[in-house]
Design a protein around this ligand. Structure first.
Ligand code: SF4
Length: 316
């Protein structure tokens, strides 16, 4: 059964005198208990806006988000602790209170969950840190250690859904895979779901059961991680995977793909990827391929409504 259901979600950013930015433009996704879903895409594609909406930190424009069958509505940080959803943020330096001992910060989560049996030091041990660290302050730790502390604090609230919003991007390469694997192990072990957001495909491949690839506010391809990795079908996914150095599988998204990066406030007509796509056809410039699991006219077989004939594969 689905723990989190995101249904045709739209999130727009509005500021006076500026064009509306549709950061999330009709995304549907679900996460089941005990499952790890990796959400990948370039910076600015809407991943973090989506994560914040799931936590109730961003108001939604249309569509819906439900967690354990209940609609998620915008919440303050204090009430968010009670929802069963916890988020680990990108910047471990900013997400911990520098003036409080880490044990006290972890104890806040234990109080929220009503857990009187677990000590903050127990959770530090679970994330691979010495128990005596509970008495220290955040500035005494490295980036990787702080992110482990942030994970311990999130786990203290006993979340049923853990969201990692680029939780490894500020870490050294050596700490990235360790922290990602730790998040996966702890989430799965406790029966929680994990939505892991990253621009690093190689790490997502290591930990995710399923993968969703996001481009300019839309999910363009989704599926079982091993299948997507072995047989990427959307040209954007292929470009991302193709940029990873072989044969060791290590690497991250390229800083730039060919073509211009579109302005999210003025997205291209038709397929949003068409100005950068090496396979663009006439239909791509006018008709939006909004079907799944691969949103691309090259993979339109079997969709219920026929696209325009002009420029479709096999019709030229
Ligand atoms: Fe490329 Fe067309 Fe597919 Fe878009 S719909 S990814 S432009 S082939």
């Amino acid at each position: 059964m689905s723990l989190l259901t995101i249904d045709d979600l739209v999130v727009e950013h509005r500021s006076p005198g500026r064009p509306v930015v549709r950061a999330v433009a009709g995304v549907s996704l679900d996460v089941r208990a005990g499952e790890v879903v990796g959400l990948v895409g370039e910076s600015g594609c809407g991943k973090s806006t989506l994560a914040r909406a799931v936590c109730g930190l961003n108001p939604i424009t249309s569509g819906g988000i439900s967690f354990e069958g209940h609609a998620v509505t915008p919440l303050g940080l204090r009430r968010r602790r009670l929802t069963g959803i916890q988020m680990v943020f990108q910047d471990p330096y900013a997400s911990l209170n520098p003036r409080r001992r880490v044990g006290d910060q972890i104890a806040d989560g234990l109080r929220t969950s009503g857990d009187t049996a677990t000590r903050p030091a127990d959770l530090l041990e679970r994330v691979g840190l010495p128990r005596e660290f509970a008495g220290r302050h955040p500035h005494e730790f490295s980036g990787g250690q702080r992110q482990r502390i942030a994970i311990a604090r999130a786990l203290a609230a006993r979340p049923r859904l853990l969201i990692g919003d680029e939780p490894i991007s500020a870490l050294d390469a050596s700490a990235q895979a360790q922290v990602a694997t730790l998040m996966r192990d702890l989430a799965v072990e406790s029966g929680a779901g994990l939505l892991f957001i990253s621009h690093d495909l190689s790490v997502v491949r290591l930990i995710a059961d399923r993968i969703a690839v996001m481009y300019l506010g839309r999910i363009v391809e989704a599926g079982d991680t091993a299948e997507v990795w072995a047989n990427p079908r959307h040209p954007y996914t292929r470009a991302l995977l193709g940029a990873i150095p072989a044969p060791d599988g290590l690497g991250v998204l390229p800083a730039e793909l060919p073509g211009d990066v579109p302005d999210p406030a003025d997205p291209p007509s038709g397929c949003r990827f068409h100005p950068r796509c090496p396979h663009v056809m006439d239909v791509c410039r006018v008709e939006d391929p909004v079907f799944g699991p691969v949103s691309c006219w090259l993979h339109a077989d079997g969709i219920p409504s026929a696209p325009p004939e002009a420029g479709r594969p096999g019709t030229a």
